[in-house]
Ligand binder design. Structure first.
Ligand SMILES: C[S@@+](CC[C@H](N)C(=O)[O-])C[C@H]1O[C@@H](n2cnc3c(N)ncnc32)[C@H](O)[C@@H]1O
Length: 157
């Protein structure tokens, strides 16, 4: 949730795993947050309201068709003039270990297509040492881990 709730945002978190939702609810209660959490599949979720910011942090599925469905949910959920922000692992080329089958086609071009008609504010590849750390591997390999950052604004009309 990036502590957006603490900065005055009305925040809703979704995750397909009940366990993740329970942990997030507990953490929110501990810090006095009024964020709400929903156990739902982002590929099928129908938001009841729209949001100024819709963000997805390392949460995209490996199947390209399910990723397209998540982009569609994000497009539905973001208000006109609002922003979508994604940070996802870059598993293209040499950074595509077998454990990440399905993610090879996930690149900045796919994200641009997924949000066609939106104004692209940021589309870049960055080093991702924390992401690498989570997945382990030899140190030399970890230094190669990258992430895609994509930010785009939904047009107002
Ligand atoms: C690698 S974790 C990232 C968690 C968190 N966003 C972070 O950055 O620490 C991926 C999360 O995405 C969730 N997830 C995967 N597919 C999903 C889907 N289709 N809908 C909602 N959540 C999903 C998983 O249950 C998991 O909690």
């Amino acid at each position: 949730m990036h502590q957006l709730d603490k900065r005055g945002w009305v925040a809703t978190g979704i995750d397909i795993a009940n366990k993740a939702i329970t942990a997030a609810q507990r953490a929110a209660e501990e810090r006095g947050s009024d964020a709400t959490f929903v156990a739902a599949d982002a590929a099928a979720w129908e938001p009841e309201r729209s949001y100024d910011l819709v963000t997805c942090n390392f949460g995209l599925p490996p199947q390209p068709d399910r990723r397209s469905a998540v982009y569609a949910t994000m497009r539905r959920a973001v208000a006109p003039g609002g922003v979508v922000l994604l940070k996802v692992g870059d598993h293209t080329g040499s950074r595509a270990p077998a454990a990440f089958v399905g993610y090879e086609s996930l690149n900045l071009e796919e994200l641009k297509r997924g949000f066609e008609g939106f104004e692209v504010l940021k589309a870049k590849i960055v080093d991702s040492p924390a992401h690498a750390h989570a997945h382990g591997g030899p140190k030399q390999q970890r230094e190669l881990w990258k992430a895609l950052i994509f930010m785009a604004r939904r047009p107002t009309a």
